[in-house]
Write a protein that binds this ligand. Structure first.
Ligand SMILES: *[C@@H]1O[C@H](CO)[C@@H](O)[C@H](O)[C@H]1NC(C)=O
Ligand SMILES: *[C@@H]1O[C@H](CO)[C@@H](O)[C@H](O)[C@H]1NC(C)=O
Ligand SMILES: *[C@@H]1O[C@H](CO)[C@@H](O)[C@H](O)[C@H]1NC(C)=O
Ligand SMILES: [Zn+2]
Length: 438
């Protein structure tokens, strides 16, 4: 029989040995679990790759390269946070690319500039094999099977249509599938959340008669109504008026950061009733109301919105290239997995995250298309904005003369009596002589 002492020392040796095993084992565990956490995110995002609501690469292509795609390699673009290599690393499968022109172009050449931005997105998405321009939910789904990054085109700011429904329809023909009603300027028919421009201020008229016609025509065409950048009143009015779900493509929670670009809880409830979507903006200013933010604070926005309206109303709209400061760890489009990892650690389920990553957006897009199909018997809208709401020196109005208005019949007095700066051309004789020609 061994003495008591040897038993003790033997057992303590055994204990030490198992402690050693335990340490090795647990650190292995840590390694494995740390590894598998990242693996789990990449696995999830491979199955449900991201559809992101907002990116301003096209604006940077104009500012930095004058839209000369031949001068750059989109796999590796310096000075920006977005290129194909990083989109692929970030599991971004679809991107709404904004075609944005500055508010300064309103009443000037906004329509031309918007056409040029559409051109650069279309070029980018057709000249590079890894991109594919899509215009329907089905094409978006197909592009995933083909391992392409789908490009959706979105107009950022209603000033781009120059108060014209025919212009809106032609933008649709060019592939535009979404439009924010305003940017930082009011339009003659909708109100911005920003007060930096003091144009088109109206009392108690956040969505005018023409504004409602814009929403209706977007519903009829199957274009997603985007309320980011509008005032809350305008967002509410458009939400009520729209027959289809609406989105905030890049806005965050006002309860977490009280910035006017963010969405208050009362409006979130209305959004949910309409089965709409808020795609959380990652810009530090909207996340922490300062120039510095972290992933944890971003996740607070997701947690809060989930508590208020549920994960089925949430998406992601990064706003890269449209803003300067982004949270630590989310500096470019390759970093989305870090956000998903944080949400997994906060006990978001894979099902909820699959919704946030892509299924919610697809649901909204498909519903917008269903509403379009239901309205397919409606004729294109001929609603026009009233001349006095849009009078500006760049607007040429052709209209038949009104015999009840002597000024219309007397060429010399037209300029003085018409609205200021407005040119009314009376050309009945020319027109009728044209019609005589066979
Ligand atoms: C991207 O381009 C820069 C120069 O603009 C170069 O230094 C860098 O190595 C390139 N990266 C890749 C991944 O090709
Ligand atoms: C604003 O307009 C609505 C109807 O469009 C009206 O009910 C309301 O009284 C108006 N408010 C003000 C302050 O004029
Ligand atoms: C993240 O930022 C918030 C402020 O926005 C701060 O209170 C918090 O401590 C930060 N968290 C980490 C993990 O750094
Ligand atoms: Zn924006």
């Amino acid at each position: 029989m061994p003495s008591r002492k040897t038993v003790i020392s033997a057992s303590s040796g055994l204990w030490m040995k198992s402690l050693k095993h335990l340490v090795v084992f647990s650190s292995l565990c840590c390694l494995i679990s740390g590894y598998s956490e990242r693996e789990r995110v990449h696995d999830l995002m491979s199955r449900y790759p991201l559809i992101d609501g907002h990116n301003d690469l096209a604006l940077q292509l104009r500012i930095l390269h004058n839209n000369q795609l031949s001068q750059i390699d989109l796999y590796n673009v310096s000075k920006v946070a977005t290129d194909i290599t990083r989109l692929q690393a970030g599991h971004v499968q679809a991107q709404m690319f904004a075609v944005y022109v500055l508010c300064g172009a309103q009443e000037k050449d906004a329509v031309r500039l918007t056409l040029e931005q559409i051109d650069v997105v279309r070029r980018m998405c057709t000249e590079y094999q890894d991109f594919e321009l899509v215009t329907s939910a089905q094409e978006l789904r197909n592009s995933e099977m083909k391992h392409k990054i789908a490009c959706l085109i979105s107009i950022e700011g209603g000033h781009s249509i120059d108060s014209s429904l025919p212009a809106l329809r032609m933008f649709y023909q060019l592939g535009v599938r979404s439009m924010t009603l305003t940017h930082t300027c009011n339009t003659p028919w909708a109100e911005s959340s920003s007060k930096i421009y003091n144009i088109y201020q109206r009392q108690n008229n956040s969505l005018t008669h023409f504004g409602k016609a814009v929403v209706e025509e977007m519903n009829r065409l199957g274009m997603i109504v985007d309320l980011s950048h509008t005032s809350w009143d305008t967002a509410w009015a458009a939400l009520k008026h729209s027959k289809a779900p609406v989105i905030f493509s890049h806005s965050s929670s006002f309860s977490i950061c009280s910035h006017g670009r963010n969405v208050p809880d009362w409006l979130l409830h209305d959004l949910k009733k309409k089965q709409g979507l808020i795609m959380v903006n990652l810009h530090s200013k909207f996340i922490s109301c300062s120039d510095e933010a972290n992933i944890s604070r971003v996740a607070d926005h997701f947690d809060h919105i989930k508590n208020v309206i549920g994960a089925e109303s949430i998406g992601i709209g990064g706003d890269f290239e449209g803003a300067v400061s982004f949270p630590q760890g989310l500096e470019d489009v390759s970093k989305y997995p870090a956000l998903i990892q944080e949400l997994l650690q906060r006990n978001w389920t894979e099902n909820e995250l699959a919704d946030v990553l892509r299924r919610n957006f697809l649901r909204v897009f498909e519903e917008v298309e269903r509403v379009r199909d239901r309205l397919s018997l409606n004729r294109p809208s001929e609603v026009q904005i009233s001349v006095k709401e849009v009078q500006n020196p760049c607007r040429l109005v052709l209209r038949p003369p009104d015999p009840r208005r002597p000024s219309d019949m007397s060429p010399s007095s037209r300029a003085q009596n018409g609205p200021k700066g407005l040119l009314i051309l009376v050309i009945p004789l020319m027109l009728s002589s044209l019609l005589m020609i066979e």
